[in-house]
Design a protein around this ligand. Structure first.
Ligand code: FMN
Length: 442
């Protein structure tokens, strides 16, 4: 006979929580794994776990309204004949045409241009609207080579060789048939309406030496003018950064596991890669060991949302950051004004991540002509520009409070950590102590 204690409420398992149970049932019912967009949804150590110390007696703050705090950054100073200078260190990350609609790409270009920063193409090639509206456009050279052509390499202001992404280091892209419209199919030389998987590695590489050869080829095609970036997902940041530098990169783009994606397996997003916070110091250490810190610039991405995040990434040694998801939200993605339609899709504003399905009520992650019309690229570009401006002002405010007349003068010494994990990852002392766990061991 079982004994039921009337004082004990039914007890759910932390291991088999409601979400896990639902996922087991979903897998059992369908036999397919879950695909979705966005970045990791689990809580991992992040910039929120760091705080700035600010100036007091031992440090001298700058006056907000009168004393200058420079925000400019120049990328590509190592080899490129034409490095690019941006007014703010917040750049727009590569997001593919195909994943995003034409008007969304245009809006990104418009917003970035008003803010004086760069935007980036993505898998699937360069569209005329984003080239036309982006003062500074970085052209991605991806494993898939979809939409790649030498003409567009020359039309770009910089080239980003994509080795990997933080949401899926070691994995390739996905674009489901619903989103392969006539235009997307033509740009990618693919049949319309058929699911497509982008390659997880470049077809003509077997190792770092091939990356070096490829970078040389790209430099020759573009007459050594354009900065060449190498983008990697956060997996082994010390060695990947060192190898990218050795292969001749002007800029290393490092994308942590919180980084968004248009579509990949949920199991990948949640279980592969390292938190952004854990990637920065090893990458900076690699640059310092090679005498290349500030000579090869480091762009950090993956979960950047505010000027505080920007300032923290820069204080840890990055030269600039890139944003994807936050830029889409600024354009109007996941906006509660479409709540009724999110409900019809079985979700809610703020949780909608089925970006691969092409049904985005906000008209951003879709190729549906009717949904696309909902996004006004001029108004959306203006919203993005406002957001970039606010983030830049926030980062400046923090830098001034730390006594810095340039965002790049922020340093690890300006920070402390709220948790032991963040302290170990960011290599800054736990608040109230001088203790950094595991110092020196990358
Ligand atoms: C809709 C979408 C499409 C993306 N497409 C690409 C792509 O084509 N190539 C690429 O290198 N990264 C792609 N990414 C990743 C971003 O470049 C960037 O690494 C990531 O979004 C940064 O993290 P965040 O979204 O938290 O800012 C995509 C991200 C999103 C959200």
């Amino acid at each position: 006979m079982s004994y039921h204690n009337p004082y004990t409420p039914p007890r759910k398992s932390a291991t088999f929580d409601d979400y896990t149970l639902a996922e087991i049932r979903r897998a059992a019912a369908t036999g397919i794994y879950d695909i979705r967009g966005a970045g990791t949804k689990r809580k991992v150590p992040h910039f929120d776990d760091l705080l700035f110390l600010g100036a007091s007696i031992s440090r001298y703050p700058l006056e907000g309204y009168r004393e200058k705090c420079d925000t400019t950054v120049t990328l590509g100073t190592r080899f490129a004949k034409k490095p690019i200078t941006l007014k703010t260190p917040i750049t727009i990350a590569g997001m593919s045409f195909g994943a995003l609609s034409g008007p969304a790409k245009e809006a990104l270009g418009r917003g970035a241009t008003i803010a004086g920063t760069s935007t980036t193409t993505g898998d699937g090639g360069m569209t005329d609207e984003e080239r036309g509206h982006s003062q500074t456009l970085v052209y991605q050279y991806l494993p898939s080579r979809y939409g790649m052509n030498p003409r567009d390499l020359r039309r770009a202001d910089a080239i980003e060789v994509v080795v990997g992404q933080g949401a899926k280091p070691g994995g390739g892209g996905m674009l489901l048939g619903q989103k392969i419209s006539d235009r997307v199919a033509e740009m990618r030389t693919l049949p319309k309406g058929i699911d497509q998987r982008s390659a997880c590695r470049h077809p003509d590489w077997t190792g770092p030496d091939d990356l070096e050869i490829k970078i040389l080829e790209l430099r020759e095609i573009t007459d050594w003018e354009k900065p060449i970036y190498v983008k990697v997902g956060g997996a082994r940041p010390y060695y990947d950064t060192a190898l990218a530098v050795k292969a001749g990169a002007d800029v290393v783009v490092l994308d942590g596991m919180q980084g968004g994606t248009a579509a990949t397996q949920d199991v990948f997003i949640e279980n592969v890669g390292m938190p952004t916070l854990a990637c920065i110091r090893p990458a900076v250490q690699a640059l310092q060991d090679l005498g290349m810190h500030r000579k090869v610039q480091l762009i950090i991405s993956g979960g950047i949302r505010s000027g505080a995040d920007v300032a923290k990434a820069l204080a840890l040694g990055a030269d600039a950051v890139a944003i994807g998801t936050a830029a889409l939200v600024a354009l109007g993605d996941n906006d509660p004004r479409w709540e009724d339609e999110y409900r019809k899709l079985g979700t809610t504003a703020g949780a909608y991540d089925d970006w691969h399905e092409g049904k985005d009520p906000a008209g951003i992650t879709t190729q549906d002509p009717e949904l696309m019309k909902r996004l006004d690229p001029i108004a959306a570009g203006r919203r993005l520009a406002n957001y970039l401006k606010v983030m830049t002002l926030e980062a400046q405010t923090i830098a001034r409070a730390c006594g810095k007349n340039h965002l790049h003068n922020l340093e690890p010494e300006d920070l402390c950590a709220l948790t032991i994990e963040a302290s170990a990852m960011a290599q800054v002392p736990l608040a109230g102590t001088s203790w950094i766990p595991g110092r020196g061991a990358f």
